[in-house]
Design a protein around this ligand. Structure first.
Ligand SMILES: NC(=O)c1ccc[n+]([C@@H]2O[C@H](COP(=O)([O-])OP(=O)(O)OC[C@H]3O[C@@H](n4cnc5c(N)ncnc54)[C@H](OP(=O)(O)O)[C@@H]3O)[C@@H](O)[C@H]2O)c1
Length: 288
């Protein structure tokens, strides 16, 4: 469940770089951001005409363009810096980065997936977000107006719960969660948070649920795209967010993932036990 919403970071007038902008969740996010007054750099790999067409739909009714399409293939990490610089040249600055693009599951570790497929998934789902965060942090640190930057990483519940046949996808999403939690230290200059949704009812997911006759219980706790967009917006607006992971299932959205706290307690416990063992060994050695 949502905690208390603190001071709000306004999206109005901000420039957003959104990857996977022509995907199901991406399109919804782009619309929500434009409605909230943002200018959006739509980053996607689809042909320029397709991207421009979506930008035209978003720009409809506005005097100044609120959306611009940038085509890039995120599998090639060398493409990222030129794209980032082009966005800066065209839109002047970037205030918010949303790492939403991903190569979707299933992506098996063994059997069907060729190594290139695995490497592509790691590039798009993990290395591209890392490279974008590095470029973004540098941009925010060096700009003259000292305004805050915000990053939202779109992870998945599979990043929290390992699952057979989703090994590679899950590993990239788990890494995004770890990266986000460790990036808490970048605040207040750059606030990084992530969402980890369960199934989202995108057309592709609906197709999958039908094809594999997925149980009604699993369907009941699936999420709407609106829920996901609202949570990304909340990540941006709530200034208390830094290193938070918004886990989402059914109507529940919570940020206190006790597993992380337990993991820390586990490590502290092991640390103390290891210290005790080392101490006892040393005393033994001295006495013999
Ligand atoms: N749907 C779910 O149930 C669910 C659950 C948990 C988390 N998520 C996460 O939510 C995010 C959005 O997912 P979605 O359901 O909206 O999936 P989607 O419709 O497939 O969107 C993924 C986007 O990533 C883009 N992308 C893939 N490879 C790329 C590449 N090499 N270069 C540039 N862009 C690339 C795709 O571009 P194209 O348009 O060209 O294909 C697409 O726009 C993903 O990070 C996903 O892992 C989804």
């Amino acid at each position: 469940m949502f905690g208390f919403c603190n001071k709000k970071y306004s999206i109005d007038g901000k420039v957003v770089l959104l990857t996977g902008a022509l995907g199901s969740i991406g399109k919804n996010l782009a619309r929500s951001l434009v409605e909230k007054g943002a200018q959006v750099a739509l980053v996607g790999r689809q042909p320029v005409d397709t991207g421009n067409e979506f930008a035209r739909v978003l720009n409809n009714g506005y005097e100044q363009p609120v959306a611009l399409y940038f085509q890039v293939d995120l599998r090639k990490i060398d493409n990222i810096m030129p794209m980032f610089e082009l966005v800066l040249r065209k839109l002047g600055r970037i205030d918010i980065l949303i790492n939403n693009a991903a190569v979707e599951p299933p992506l098996k570790l063994c059997e069907s997936s060729a190594f290139e497929e695995v490497a592509d998934a790691i590039n798009v789902n993990l290395l591209a977000p890392i490279e974008l965060m590095r470029l973004f942090e540098k941009h925010v640190r060096h700009r003259t107006n000292k305004s805050q930057g915000v990053v939202v990483n779109v992870s998945s519940m599979l990043g929290l719960a390992p699952m057979n046949t989703f090994e590679v996808y899950g590993a990239t999403k788990a890494a995004l969660i770890n990266l986000t939690r460790a990036s808490r230290a970048l605040a207040p200059q750059v606030r990084v948070s992530a969402i980890a949704p369960y199934h989202v009812l995108t057309p592709r997911m609906l197709d999958h649920l039908t094809k594999f006759n997925v149980s009604s219980a699993r369907r009941m706790v699936a999420l709407s795209m609106d829920q996901v967009c609202a949570t990304v917006i909340r990540c941006i607006q709530d200034t208390s967010n830094a290193g938070e992971i918004y886990t989402m299932i059914g109507d529940l959205t919570y940020t206190r993932t006790w597993a992380f706290e337990l993991a820390w307690m586990h490590i502290i416990f092991l640390f103390v036990v290891a210290l005790l063992v080392a101490y006892v060994k040393r005393v033994f050695k001295r006495n013999n």
